[in-house]
Ligand binder design. Structure first.
Ligand SMILES: Cc1cc2nc3c(=O)[nH]c(=O)nc-3n(C[C@H](O)[C@H](O)[C@H](O)COP(=O)(O)O)c2cc1C
Length: 355
């Protein structure tokens, strides 16, 4: 069975939900490890006060017994604690009583750079909130929980995945400056996966290519506008003799310009994925917009927002890469029980003589 992930949840709705199917039975999950990843996503320089309201923790509704997966759909829930302030505004049903709390007035001033304008046009909405609630990156929380499960599966075959920001000090200085100017910033992140065996992904079709799959997984995260594998864009300016990683007699490489993937297949070296995040679109100093109700010029919605979420993106991208690598590994090694998965991995390494 292929691993598959479906998520649901709005930013200020009751909860975020993920359903993971195809996981082998017998995988040991550690609640503390999942919650630690959720905490990492919430930390970071430049985040909004929302992070003090939300103390994300995972709840499991199905697919797990006494900390071991059952091989059945795994249902994860992360509650939105802030929902208590939005029970009228984000009520799934027509609310009773007088409007109270947040989200009671329709939003009609779309923010440039966000889902607001495209969303209302596409779905025929009159309240921008109906678009922005799902487009918001809040639901990356439950993707991080799913990524944590993926990391547990990868851990059984010695693979680790880690995301981090690039240029830490200069990023902080830019965030300080942006906060002062009531502006926002983006930045660069990188995810590295160690211990990935050669042979994940395939050159057979473009859908199977591991580089394409990782790029789609990371580009699928809000505000990511560029993804590269290995030296990516810089390779365009190099000679072939500088760009390619020569092969030693033990089939390993001394360099890793390719970032661990050749022809859409992992080559046994560290997988390196980098992503560029644009500046966040919710500015405290709003940009020009149009009032969709009156058609007159106005200033975009000012919604409580992060100044930057680059450190959070590193955690979210780590989860996305982990999920995609777990999917590729499970395609290759299979197994209804985690022991079958690990045994197939061992037999494969034995066949190719890889250590
Ligand atoms: C972890 C994370 C947190 C984010 N927080 C905010 C935020 O507080 N305010 C904001 O305007 N955008 C935020 N974004 C970005 C928007 O969700 C994103 O720009 C928007 O959905 C439009 O999608 P696009 O940028 O991919 O085109 C965040 C993105 C990530 C990954």
């Amino acid at each position: 069975m292929t691993l598959a992930l479906t998520t649901a949840g709005e930013s200020h709705g009751p909860a975020l939900v993920a359903i993971l199917t195809g996981l082998p039975a017998g995988l040991v999950l550690d609640r503390e490890a999942i919650d630690a990843d959720l905490r990492r996503r919430q930390e970071g320089y430049g985040r909004s006060p929302r992070q003090q309201i939300e103390t994300d923790q995972v709840d499991v509704f199905a697919g797990l017994r006494h900390g071991r997966t059952l091989g059945t759909p795994l249902a994860l829930v992360v509650w939105n604690r802030d929902h208590k302030n939005w029970t009228w505004g984000m009520n799934p049903w027509p609310p009773e009583g007088e409007p109270e709390g947040k989200g009671t007035k329709p939003v009609t001033l779309p923010r440039p750079g966000h889902a607001d304008l495209a969303g209302v046009l596409k779905y025929g909405l009159s309240d921008v909130r109906d678009a922005l609630e799902r487009a918001s990156a809040r639901h990356t929380a439950v993707h991080v929980a799913a990524g944590s499960v993926a990391k547990a599966l990868l851990g059984t075959i010695g693979v680790s995945v880690e995301g981090r920001t690039v240029e830490e000090e200069s990023l902080r200085a830019r965030i300080d400056e942006a906060r002062k100017e009531r502006d926002t910033v983006g930045g660069l992140i990188e995810v590295r996966a160690r211990g990935v065996p050669p042979g994940l992904g395939s050159y057979a079709t473009k859908e199977d290519r591991l580089d394409a799959r990782l790029a789609a997984a990371v580009m699928g995260i809000q505000a990511v506008k560029g993804v590269e594998i290995g030296e990516g864009f810089a390779l365009a300016g190099k000679f072939g003799s500088e760009a390619h990683d020569e092969i030693r007699t033990d089939r390993r490489r001394d360099t890793n310009h390719a970032g661990g993937i050749e022809a859409g297949v992992s080559n046994g070296e560290e997988i390196v994925v980098r992503a560029a995040m644009k500046p966040l679109p919710s500015l405290m100093k709003p940009l020009a917009s149009v009032d969709l109700k009156s058609g007159t010029a106005g200033e975009a919605l000012v919604e409580r927002s992060d100044v930057a979420a680059v450190e959070a993106l590193a955690v979210v991208a780590e989860a996305a890469v982990a999920w995609e690598l777990a999917r590729a590994a499970h395609e290759k090694f299979g197994g209804d029980a985690v022991d079958d998965f690990v045994a197939a991995w061992r037999a494969y390494l034995e066949r190719i003589g890889w250590r």
